[in-house]
Structures are given as C-alpha cells and as structure tokens.
Design a binder for this molecule. Structure first.
Ligand code: PLP
Length: 393
C-alpha cells in the first residue's frame, strides 16, 4: 500500500503505539499535547526505533539545541523509514552537532538590528517582533536557534512593553511580524493583550503572525482563537508546511477554520536536502496548500545557521524546482524562492532566467517550455504617471 491510505494507517498505528493511554479528548487538548511532548533521548527511544545516527544526534546536540516533539507531530513519523521528512525535521542527526565553514551563530545578521531586545528592524517599513522563545516542536532546521535554544533567556513582559513602545515611536513601521518562538503558544488572553497593544499603534497597518502551530499542534486552533484573531484584521497568519505528509485532516481543519474566519493564511517552506528537495515533493506540497486555501508565499533557501550544512541544497536546485513549477502548474502554487543573504543583507528572490537578450526594439524571452519568443518594446519609454501628482498631492 502506498500514498495517502498508507500514511493514515501508519498514523493510527503510531498513535496507538506511542500514546495508547490518551483519550480522544486528551489528544485534542493542546495543553495535554504540550505536557506530553517528548523532550529526551530516553523517551524518544522508547517510542520510535532510532537509528545510530539519530541516537548520536540526540546525545551530541543535547547541550546545543532543545529537543521537543508534540505527540501529534510524533504520530506523523514513519517509524520504518529514517528519511521520513517529518522525522528529519524533528529528530536530530549527528551532523547537526558539526560546525561547517561559513556558518554563523546569527546567520541573518539580526543582532545588529535589535534596537530593543524583542524587535528586529532590518527593513524600512516592517519589523519582526519576538514574542517568546518556545515552540511546540523544535525544528532541526531552525534558523533562529540562538534564540529558541533558550541560550539568550526568555522574553519578559517588560521587554514586550518596550517593543510596543518602540513601535509607537517609529512611524515608518506599517507591518509587524509577530514571531519568536511560536506566538500561538501564548494563552489566548495574553496573545490578545499583545495584539491589542500593537493594534493601538495608529501607523501599524498590517499584522502577521508567524507560527508553526497549524503543522505541529493544530488542535491549538479553535473557534475561540480564530474569533480572537479576526478582531485584529488585517491580520495574516504565516505558517510553515514543508512536506505534503504534514497536510493531515487536523492541519486542514486548523487552516480552514482560520480562513473561514476571514484570516488569510500563507505558507513559508524551507527547501531541505533529502527532505523535500525534489520538484515532485515541492509541487505536491504547494498544490496541497492551495486545497486548504493556504497560499504559498516563500520557498526559503536554507540559511547558514550552525549545524545545518547537511540540510542545505545548492542554489541551483531551488531555481530548477521553480522552473518545474512556473507554467507547469497554477501560478498560485508558485512561491518566491528567497535567499536571506548571510550576514544581514535581507531577502532577495531567485528564479530561472527567462530573459535571453535585450535588443533596441525587442526583448528575447524564453517560455517555460524553453522556446524563444520576442516581446516588441513600445516606442515611448516615458513611464511617469501624470495622475500621481493629483492623487498623492
Ligand atoms: C523576512 C523578514 C521580514 C518580512 O519580510 P517580507 O519579505 O516582507 O515577508 C521582516 N523582518 C525580518 C527580520 C525578516 O527576516
């Protein structure tokens, strides 16, 4: 048996084997899930037959980065296959303890742009707000591991107040991306309180919440939370599915609940070697996201965080995958391929080069099928908009 039926049977077996004692009610309670998260090699080895490499990974990363897997996410693991994409995202390998040339503790040069501890202000009109340092699952590919490892210490209420004060003082900020850690691990009451403070800043136009909860702890998203978030529109939820295997009925229910309440949901995936680094896996993921009304936003090239060399792909691989999407499937399913420049240059996007040659009166372009076409350039090149002077006066 293959495909979706095999996956759902595997999941049922895993749940029974792993958390036999849990009632359905407990299983659907996100706080039960957090209380029963697997946080040590000993617990994990009792539940999943680990490979030697995974055992070594757990031991050697013990002092470097947190281990934490919600029972729900653990139940998606294929116990028989060491290259299961869920398994590779949740269970460390020996290679994660290695440092490779060029890797950085602060790969995106964020610490130079933290005017207050809980704010990263790197772009002209938008900021990242770090709400807390905890997650329902610690992704082995985490780029902010210096924060989510707990090494910096948690983020206090005073530091969040200080962040909101910074927003108030900086009129150029029109977009606030609340992330961390996973902000949906805050209680709904605490989250609402924080969002109220942000919404009260008059120049903040949009709020985004960066969360992996729909993927790793979908039971957190209930009617109460969806209603609460709707009050802060325009508010976007940006989530993080990396493989079609994560698109379960529970994840679908969580995303659809948000969308049904008028909250747009976007996805940011990370391209990871041997986890999802094929055109087939990425295309399937993007198409499945759309069936949940989740819009693919970024496909991230892996950052140069410490210990992630084994998960990095050559830049050309991402470009090639994008070439296999554009034109071949719905444009809505095509994400931007983003490279966040090491050291702090910010994100840039890459795509196959469709531009072949610029001539005086025409430009030669390549179609998605690789054939050459000519686009005749207009005679007039002045593109200033006369009405701008009226509309923006
Ligand atoms: C990615 C990112 C943003 C948001 O960038 P968009 O391209 O607008 O999605 C904002 N701040 C930081 C520090 C980021 O890394």
């Amino acid at each position: 048996m293959t495909g979706a039926p095999r996956q759902s049977i595997l999941r049922a077996l895993m749940r029974r084997r792993v958390f036999r004692e849990a009632s359905d009610e407990e299983w659907r309670d996100w706080r039960w899930q957090l209380r029963h998260s697997v946080r040590s090699l000993e617990e994990l080895a009792r539940l999943v037959p680990l490979t030697e490499d995974e055992r070594r990974g757990c031991l050697e990363t013990k002092e470097i980065f947190r281990l934490g897997i919600s029972p729900y996410y653990l139940s998606l693991i294929d116990p028989e296959h060491p290259f299961c994409p869920v398994r590779m995202q949740a269970i460390p390998r020996g290679a994660e303890a290695l440092r490779s040339p060029g890797e950085l503790r602060d790969p995106l040069g964020e610490d130079r742009h933290r005017p207050v501890r809980a704010i990263v202000h790197k772009y002209p009109d938008r900021v990242l707000l770090l709400a807390l340092d905890h997650c329902p699952v610690y992704c082995r590919h985490c780029t902010r591991r210096r924060i989510t490892s707990g090494e910096e210490g948690g983020i206090s209420r005073e530091e969040l107040d200080e962040a909101v004060a910074y927003l108030r003082e900086h009129r150029e900020v029109r977009d606030v991306l609340v992330s961390g850690g996973d902000p949906l691990l805050l209680s709904t009451a605490r989250l609402v309180e924080l969002l109220e403070q942000i919404r009260a800043v008059p120049h903040v136009e949009i709020i985004r919440i960066g969360t992996r909860v729909p993927v790793c702890l979908p039971m957190r998203i209930d009617e109460e939370l969806a209603r609460a978030l709707r009050r802060f529109a325009p508010l976007f939820v940006v989530t993080h599915f990396n493989h079609a295997k994560e698109v379960t009925p529970e994840a679908r229910e969580a995303c659809e609940l948000l969308v049904d309440h008028g909250i747009p949901v976007e996805n940011q995936a990370v391209l990871m070697r041997r986890v999802n680094s094929s055109a087939r896996a990425i295309k399937d993921l993007m198409q499945k996201c759309l069936t949940m009304r989740v819009r693919p936003y970024y496909l991230h090239q892996m950052d140069l965080a410490e210990g992630l060399e084994h998960l990095r792909t050559p830049l050309q691989k991402g470009i090639e995958i994008l070439g296999a999407l554009r034109g071949w499937t719905s444009g809505l399913a095509v994400p931007h391929l983003a490279v966040d420049l090491p050291g702090g240059g910010g994100k840039v996007t890459l795509q196959p080069d469709y531009l072949l040659e610029r001539r005086e009166r025409e430009t030669l372009l390549k179609s998605y099928r690789g054939e050459t076409y000519s686009y005749p350039e207009p005679r007039e090149t002045d593109c200033s908009v006369p009405y701008d002077e009226v509309y923006y006066r």
